[in-house]
Design a protein. Structure first.
Length: 379
């Protein structure tokens, strides 16, 4: 069980002489407790996080969708226990409306050994997870901060505490298409910095697509959407063309992952590095192992399965499930899909053709019957 914030502060700050970050930092435990206590009650709707650009609020896909907690079970998450490197290790699973930023960050911290979950625990609450993160943030307070950076550090700590409740609803992140770690710096990013967890994405432009590179440049997502809106209304044909190029790029990469981005993730991540990946409006725990990328499987539906990771080797999202030793897990017979020639789409087409054939046959029979009656009358 996580230690209380007050006890954690005492253990991190033994005496005023050992850490010189001022009285403001010692008051952070109070702020943290207030934020933890602000966790919505089971029947209280979660507040939506605002976008970083009001002009593109209705078009921005880079905000994880908020959900409403309608039941007490929505704030309780089941723990899946696995064997990792010969050690019993927990995975916090996610229900349908679970807070993926909070769960992704917590699972990374667990795998890094910075959070310890009681070995007999089967469930964990939102308040537990918030307390774990709060303790980790307080543990990140360095000793003997240089006087020139003290105020800046204190401000970052307070900003981080204010952002904590958003981890339950969704974080605003505004990607830039120039690198896997390129995001517009917002208060939400401070959480990852203080916890020393890399935040990556793979929504990059292939450098060979010179026209797209020229149009997008160093724009963030929100800036690019605003540019499209403004350029489409321009009387300058060149601006309209640029808007169409940019819009086409966003439409073709709607999953927020490109093959160039996938290659960059594979090459830039270190061996066995743990991080959080933002993709398709979702935050997930990611790891590179033996030059392959693996996403942690946190779906509660797999809690009793031997599935731990899913390969990330294409942009289609049809990776292969593996266990904790990265050995492929064969699908169950109930999980098998129809053969390609009997896929849902083709089955619908086939059913339509059969119905059409039957309709034609019935029409022929009706015509033949009418002709027969006519001949009889003539005779």
């Amino acid at each position: 069980m996580a230690t209380s914030v007050e006890d954690q502060v005492k253990s991190v700050n033994p005496s005023d002489s050992e850490i010189t970050v001022g009285e403001e930092v010692t008051e952070l435990s109070t702020v943290l407790n207030e934020n933890i206590n602000s966790v919505p009650q089971p029947n209280e709707p979660l507040a939506c996080a605002s976008t970083s650009d009001d002009n593109v609020e209705n078009r921005s896909p880079v905000k994880e969708k908020s959900s409403v907690i309608n039941d007490k079970s929505d704030s309780i998450y089941q723990i899946k226990w696995i064997s990792r490197n010969g050690i019993k290790s927990p995975i916090i699973t996610q229900n349908e409306n679970g807070p993926c930023p909070l769960i992704a960050i917590t699972n990374v911290l667990i795998m890094k050994g910075r959070i310890t979950v009681p070995s007999l625990a089967d469930f964990v609450t939102t308040e537990n997870l918030m307390a774990y993160l709060g303790d980790c943030i307080l543990e990140s307070i360095p000793k003997n901060i240089p006087e020139g950076t003290q105020l800046n550090f204190e401000q970052n700590m307070h900003d981080a505490m204010a952002v904590l409740p958003k981890l339950q609803t969704g974080l605003d992140v505004n990607v830039k298409f120039t690198g896997i770690s390129d995001f517009e710096y917002t208060p939400e990013c401070i959480i990852f910095d203080l916890l020393r967890i890399p935040l990556y994405h793979g929504w990059l432009i292939d450098p060979q697509m010179l026209d797209v590179v020229s149009v997008v440049g160093t724009c963030s997502y929100n800036q690019l959407v605003e540019k499209i809106i403004n350029s489409k209304c321009s009387l300058n044909p060149e601006n309209v063309t640029e808007a169409l190029i940019a819009e086409n790029f966003l439409e073709k990469t709607a999953s927020q992952l490109t093959y160039h981005g996938l290659c960059e993730l594979t090459s830039k991540l270190k061996e066995d590095e743990l991080c959080v990946l933002f993709r398709n409006n979702h935050f997930s725990s990611l790891m590179k192992h033996k030059n392959c990328l693996y996403q942690l499987v946190t779906d509660q539906g797999f809690v009793n399965e031997n599935v731990v990771w899913e390969t990330l080797n294409n942009i289609e999202g049809d990776g292969q499930f593996v266990d904790s030793d990265f050995i492929p897990v064969p699908p169950k017979s109930s999980d098998l899909v129809l053969p390609p020639d009997l896929s849902t789409e083709k089955q619908i087409d086939q059913d339509f053709l059969v119905a059409l054939s039957l309709q034609e046959e019935q029409q022929k029979q009706k015509t033949t019957s009418l002709n027969g009656k006519t001949l009889k009358r003539k005779n």
